[in-house]
Design a protein around this ligand. Sequence first.
Ligand code: ADP
Length: 473
Amino acid sequence: MMREHTELYIDGAWHAPIQESFLELTDPATGKEHVRAVLGGEADIDAAVAAAERAFVSYSRTTPQERIALLERILVEFDKRAEDLAQAVVDEVGAPRALARGVHVPTGRSQIVTAIEVLRTYAFTEMRGETRIRKEPLGVAALITPWNFPILQPVGKTVSALAAGCTVVLKPAEATPSPTFILAEIMEAAGVPAGVFNLVNGLGSVVGPRLSSHPGVGVISFTGSLPTATRVSIAAAPTAKRVVSELGGKSPHILMPDGDVDVAVETALNWLMATTGQLCSAPSRTLVPRERRDAFLSALVPAVEAIRVGDPRDEDTTMGPLVSAEQWDTVQGYIRAGLDEGARLVTGGPGRPPGREEGHFARPTVFADVDNAMTIAREEIFGPVMSVIAYDTVDEAVEIANDSPFGLAAYVTGEDLEAATAVAERMRVGYVLINDAEFDWSAPWGGYKQSGNGREFGPDGMAEYLETKVIRG
Ligand code: ADP
């Protein structure tokens, strides 16, 4: 089925862009064309920002109760479109159905529920002695999102901004735009006032700089890569706007000397392989005690070899393709780098899995005897490639874990919870999961070092869209 998006959503109505052009996208599982999406230009960004600025005048003065009512209507409309959203993620990201329905949709939904809960109790005004401190919306929020989680990211950023009282211009990733077109339809159906939410699909290189430098934008929330974030920050600097960013990772997973190997394997499958490695917090470096390395590998390898790589629409598929031919090439380059630099390939490797000649399918791959200085241990691969690194002492494991330009997430598997927590505290990352714990989607999310700055989700996420004012008198 061919999806077609011909109009942008600006100022409460659907418009063809001022200068029309289209991007044709191919299905990651088949390589066939399946989406045709309209691209906006700089003039459309200007129109969207102007609409958002006009709408900000009244929307920024709504009460939390009014915004709760609006978010509740958005939630109702979101639920009506849940299956459409899931299908778009299956088709465009290549996520298996169970993952789209079980992770992509509910994590997006949870952001709306959380925004409502946050608004019920958030103190926008407080008195410090005689001084009144107010938290006020920063203005127009420009939201620039990546292709890998095209429901969670756009919805999460949008509802945090709307809860704060900001108006929004959303620029989704070119590769997976359909969920955000559905999101605009949700906003329209929910009766979001004109100009409060605007969608401009477009090439990042064209509309991104306009949006980032626009004097009418008060805050940018960006998720993507560091080189792009650098461009966004430089473009934003002359107007002194806040830039919140969530970037890449090379997240470590420490199997403690007393850790359960099966739990460690589950962590690897759930957080790395299930998304074909296309998750910024994927545990792509697994640190194991040297004397337990073989035991770990003998549990890991059969589990990885049991992964069923296939069309995301087939019910028995447990790992879908990579999103694009470009991403496939990148992943292949890293697998070759692993081999060239002397890592030991224990399963997977270059090329496509047998019988998967079409589409961007990669083989679930594990390298052992990886040195943390190797390319595959330092750079984000965004593919189903795990590096297993042996350590001798827990102190050394922490040192290796922290020896990375990134600092997004980390994982610890260990029986002694106190020892595992002590290790978690020593890691320079924003989020640590111990023993494959369930993720809390309302807790602050973001990184240290080159994984970004600021936080998303929950009250901390909303706070990024607020600025502080003092009134005395
Ligand atoms: P990824 O490598 O995950 O695709 P990118 O950083 O390239 O990450 O893209 C993340 C988002 O940034 C996308 O929506 C993309 O279109 C957008 N983008 C790309 N170039 C720019 C730019 N110069 N300014 C602003 N946004 C950009």
